[in-house]
Design a protein around this ligand. Structure first.
Ligand SMILES: Nc1nc2c(c(=O)[nH]1)N[C@H]1C(S)=C(S)[C@@H](COP(=O)(O)O)O[C@H]1N2
Ligand SMILES: [Mo]
Length: 423
């Protein structure tokens, strides 16, 4: 099969037609030149000689053992311990756009807590007519909505500012996940409490020891923020804030407070730790820029990539990746095979959705030569994902957060890929 691939394929469709006749046809005719019979086809296999598992063998299903390398991973040297740490989504091994909760990256400042629904309370206080406390059961009685959004930690790709560092899309770009959330608009709860016109901000905090408090402008709070209790149809996992978390579409992950316990309506921001000494961007002149809430448009080729090398040799190759923007929908993604000299427009699996991951594909006939693979996202505001050089011109070299530059994978003739910098 791979021979046919490499020698006789002027284009993909011709290859697929050729395979159908050369392979299956030759067997049916028993013609000379047919390969050794394939026992996987001609012999009754072990799995067809006895019964498989009955229903209920696994009341809540897990991925099959052959996929057990598709897991979250952390980078040990990044943090001193795993309680205040981060791990990464295996984006190199996933397809489509929805991230299963079981492998969606986690970021905790003081560990993932266990909080029962019965013990859950959500307080709204401050500049409101009626301070209120909701139980979980109360929240379930408000009209709900479903929306799919990405959450990206502001530190995603943060280790790559000075040069190519981590070898894999999981590690360079895996502080992201994309889920379908079910929840109550924060606006509904604020209206229930009767927010006052002097209330220009909300301060949101979690029930964990870190509390992770953040100030959010009232305009955003009333726009699309959700108080969510389901993700991808099921209860939130403990690590993502069970039983209730905040969803702040398009804005940096730190604002998506997990185990949310209190929302205070205020006339000014709190200037908490998480919005001053952290999650600000130190510019070249040493001055730190604050309030960079929106995540700029960004993309990455997820395969081929260092953890997902090409194993089939030259010929038809599916190049794929993810694109997203905190300012709206992705409208276009370009892919370069030569480090940004020339670009081809990729195919979007479906039209980009606002503040959600978009899957792109570029189906190519690989000549087996070196490639410097890049992707470049554009969003509906006309914003184009910058190169690393363009980003450094504005931001200098002291930044950690909000690195949305174009990524390069050097794919070699043997199919292996490496993180390199082509700025
Ligand atoms: N209560 C609380 N909320 C939190 C955090 C936290 O440590 N505690 N971490 C924040 C950060 S920095 C990020 S990036 C996201 C991560 O969400 P996830 O763990 O579901 O991926 O949650 C945010 N919300
Ligand atoms: Mo984060």
């Amino acid at each position: 099969m791979s021979d046919t691939f490499e020698t006789k394929t002027p284009n993909r469709r011709a290859f697929l037609r050729g395979a159908a006749t050369a392979g299956v046809g030759a067997f049916a005719a028993g013609s000379a030149g047919a390969q050794t019979p394939d026992p996987l086809i001609t012999e009754t296999q072990e799995w067809a000689q006895s019964f498989g598992d009955g229903v209920d063998a696994t009341p809540y299903g897990l991925p099959i053992k052959y996929e057990d390398d598709v897991v979250r991973r952390n980078v040990e040297w990044l943090t001193a311990d795993t309680v205040s740490s981060i791990n990464f989504t295996p984006i190199h091994a996933l397809d489509g756009t929805i991230t299963p909760q079981g492998c969606a990256f986690e970021r905790h400042h003081s560990g993932a807590i266990e909080l029962k629904k019965e013990d859950y309370r959500l307080m709204i206080n401050g500049l409101v007519d009626r301070p209120l406390v909701f139980t979980y059961a109360d929240l379930e009685r408000f009209p709900r909505e479903n929306h799919t959004y990405f959450l990206e930690c502001a530190a995603n790709t943060g280790m790559e500012w000075a040069g190519a560092q981590l070898n894999g899309a999981q590690f360079t770009h895996g502080m992201i996940h994309n889920m379908e959330y079910t929840g109550v608009p924060l606006r509904t709860l604020l209206e229930e409490a009767g927010y006052e016109t002097a209330g220009k901000w909300v301060y949101v905090e979690g029930a964990d020891a870190s509390s992770n408090g953040r100030s959010i402008p009232m305009e955003k709070a009333l726009d699309d923020v959700l108080v969510a209790f389901k993700a991808n149809g099921e209860a939130l996992r403990k690590e993502h804030g069970y039983p209730v978390r905040l969803v702040v579409p398009g804005w940096e992950g730190n604002m998506w407070v997990k185990w949310i316990r209190r929302i205070e309506v205020m006339n000014a921001p709190v200037e908490s730790r998480e919005e001053t000494s952290k999650y600000t961007d130190t510019l070249a002149n040493g001055i730190s820029r604050k309030w960079t809430w929106e995540m700029d448009a960004k993309s990455v080729v997820t395969s081929p990539s260092p953890q997902s090398p090409i194993k089939h040799g030259k010929g038809p190759l599916v190049i794929t990746g993810l694109a997203w923007s905190g300012r709206g929908a992705i409208t276009r993604v370009d892919v370069s095979k030569d480090g940004g000299k020339t670009w081809e427009t990729a195919r979007l699996a479906k039209p980009g959705e606002k503040m959600a991951l978009t899957r792109f594909y570029l189906d190519v006939d690989w000549d087996g030569e070196d490639m410097f693979l890049q992707s470049r996202a554009m969003d509906e505001t006309g914003y184009v994902q910058p190169t690393k050089t363009q980003l450094r011109e504005v931001r200098g070299l002291n930044s950690i957060y909000h690195n949305n530059c174009i990524q390069t994978w050097w794919v070699r003739p043997n199919g292996e890929a490496e993180n390199v910098e082509v700025s």
